[in-house]
Write a protein that binds this ligand. Structure first.
Ligand code: ATP
Ligand code: MG
Length: 231
């Protein structure tokens, strides 16, 4: 029985983890295992607009570790010099990338929402360099009330296909929560989903509701497309 199936049918928390980060000593080793999980499922052709090298990180609610996981996972992908990685901030309510160490602590500028709204903008305008030669980032962009509608546009799929076109190119999207953000609609463009569970905090009912929402809006989801990350 798969991890996802076993989670859905059991109440045993221990059965849900791809890897538990808590209590471990070697963060790099722990994130390497998570990276390998995604790499193992990245060699298939895109299906229905979902690119297998586009990895969406989300969770049920706010503050469960989505940005922590996204940024550490990105750093682990970057250890491989052959990988070209784009880290995308798609959490418009709580953007984390502009103030992160990836951007030297403070940065602003055009980002994802600006690109989605202005059809004349080329994606090269929103790609920003980092201190690492193989990592680029895309900020969330100027806040807009119609962010969920923009995320639902076919332009997202177009952007993700372009970013993941090369066989060594991966995209990690730090998305908002499923239950109160646009993550589910964004998942339509992601071949893989890392669903973060906050240890001893995320309620099982919220997890079930999130997985059902992902299934309904971006599904069908299964153990090949969703990895549960126990944070
Ligand atoms: N495994 C961890 N070890 C240490 N600190 C962590 C860990 N996971 C998360 N944190 C810390 O907990 C806080 C919340 O995590 P984070 O910002 O990643 O959550 P989030 O799901 O992205 O939140 P939001 O929904 O607000 O975007 C941050 O200060 C983060 O550094
Ligand atoms: Mg966040």
């Amino acid at each position: 029985m798969s991890l996802l199936t076993s989670f859905r049918s059991s109440s045993d928390e221990g059965a849900v983890a791809v890897r538990s980060f808590s209590g471990g000593s070697g963060t790099n080793d722990e994130f390497r295992l998570v990276k390998w999980h995604f790499l193992a499922h990245s060699n298939t052709a895109p299906v229905g607009g979902k690119h297998p090298r586009v990895i969406l990180i989300t969770s049920a609610n706010e503050g469960e570790g989505k940005s922590y996981v996204s940024h550490h996972l990105a750093a682990n992908f970057a250890l491989d010099p052959n990988v070209q990685l784009t880290l995308v901030d798609a959490d418009f309510d709580n953007p984390a990338l502009g103030s992160s160490s990836w951007m030297g602590g403070s940065s602003s500028g055009p980002g994802l929402l600006d690109y989605l709204e202005d059809h004349t903008t080329d994606h090269s305008r929103i790609l920003m360099s980092t201190g690492l030669p193989n990592v680029k980032v895309i900020l969330s962009g100027s806040r807009r009330d119609n962010a969920p509608e923009l995320l639902a546009s076919g332009r997202v799929e177009h952007l993700m296909s372009a970013l993941a076109a090369n066989e060594n190119a991966f995209v990690i999207i730090d998305a908002g929560p499923v239950l109160s953000g646009g993550a589910a609609v964004l998942a339509r463009s992601a071949g893989q989903i890392g669903f973060v569970l906050a240890a001893n905090r995320t309620r099982r009912s919220d997890i079930n509701q999130s997985l059902a929402t992902l299934d309904r809006i971006a599904g069908p989801i299964d153990e090949n497309s969703v990895g549960l990350i126990f944070n």
